[in-house]
Design a protein. Structure first.
Length: 121
């Protein structure tokens, strides 16, 4: 599977609504996936350094479970699990159940993240 890039746009809610209206009318202007956040503060919370580390390290580590990822990162399982689930809810990580105990294997769905600095203007 060829991984794509995801675009992060920092924009006011009114601009997000306008993009949705255009999308519903079939006038989609964007290529690929877009995640919209309302402010730079929100962007910093969503993509905190520990979450960015998770996204960066999963492809190299190829962990067989969230627990294995936590051990590799030398972080508490509970915190890594919460971050992985959050990133999965955003659609940045896929969780694949495998094995007898159905361990959740985290797989990054995108090869990179682009932050649209012009969206907030």
């Amino acid at each position: 599977m060829k991984l794509k890039r995801v675009r992060i746009a920092v924009e006011p809610l009114s601009r997000t609504h306008e993009r949705w209206r255009k999308a519903f009318k079939g006038k989609v202007n964007s290529k690929g996936s877009v995640i919209t956040v309302a402010s730079w503060e929100v962007l910093g919370k969503v993509f905190s350094p520990p979450r960015l580390e998770i996204l960066a390290r999963i492809p190299a580590l190829q962990p067989k479970s969230i627990a294995a990822l936590a051990r590799s990162l030398k972080r508490d399982f509970k915190n890594v699990h919460a971050d992985v689930m959050f990133l999965a809810d955003l659609g940045l990580i896929e969780l694949k159940a495998e094995g007898g105990r159905k361990a959740l294997i985290p797989i990054v769905r995108f090869s990179g993240i682009e932050v649209d600095l012009g969206a907030a203007a």
